[in-house]
Design a binder for this molecule. Structure first.
Ligand code: GAR
Length: 195
């Protein structure tokens, strides 16, 4: 199973996935693709010997279809079987998602279906939630929707800020996403629940 990983930033989730794909793991990374040339994750992927590519969304303006056509074209050069979105901060339209139906995963920093979209940690704090977490799900045309393949929970602690809560959730993201990918790549669709 050849896995393409999409990033927009530091790529810590990408790194945890790439590092997990060794030994008897049923998958291997084939490319790390970013919509930003300055994404910190690109150098980290190169240091691990993984091919990288950049498709900048900005020249396409509001023409998402043209951006996604180029994304797909660059992607297919690396012959992936599936895609893992790892902090990829562009919304993908149905024109793209339908081509990867059942073959594209995303990690989202909330306990979906709560807090789709942005600012998930601040919204959990504002709501007075006692727990927060992250979700890995299949990507469909609807934003942060699609079948849930795994969730990890953390407590919200007194005095938490969005930053301290995000850091606590991120440590779980690095455990959850590799666990889900390993199952998914071996054809096991049972959801992973952590801790
Ligand atoms: C992660 O927390 C991920 O869950 C989130 O962006 C961060 C990326 O960090 N993704 C989203 O918000 C997607 N809507 P990373 O680049 O260090 O993996």
């Amino acid at each position: 199973m050849r896995v393409a990983l999409f990033i927009s930033g530091g790529g810590s989730n990408m790194l945890s996935l790439v590092k997990s794909m060794t030994g008897d793991h049923p998958a291997r990374p084939c490319v790390v693709l970013s919509n930003r040339a300055d994404a910190g994750g690109l150098a980290k992927a190169e240091a691990l010997g993984v091919a990288t590519a950049v498709v900048d969304h900005r020249p396409y303006g509001a023409d998402r279809g043209a951006f996604e056509a180029e994304l797909q074209s660059v992607l297919l050069r690396h012959t992936p079987d599936m895609i893992c979105l790892c902090g990829f901060m562009r919304v993908l339209t149905e024109g793209f998602t339908s081509q990867w139906d059942g073959r594209m995963l995303n990690i989202h920093p909330s306990l979906l279906p709560k807090y789709k979209g942005l600012h998930t940690h601040q919204r959990a704090l504002d709501a007075g939630d006692s727990e927060a977490g992250c979700t890995v799900h299949e990507v469909t045309a609807k934003l942060d929707d699609g079948p849930i393949l795994g969730q990890a929970r953390v407590p919200v602690l007194a005095g938490d800020t969005a930053e301290t809560l995000a850091a606590r959730v991120l440590t779980q993201e690095h455990i959850l996403y590799p666990a889900v990918l390993r199952r998914f790549a071996s054809g096991d669709m049972r959801p992973v629940t952590l801790p």
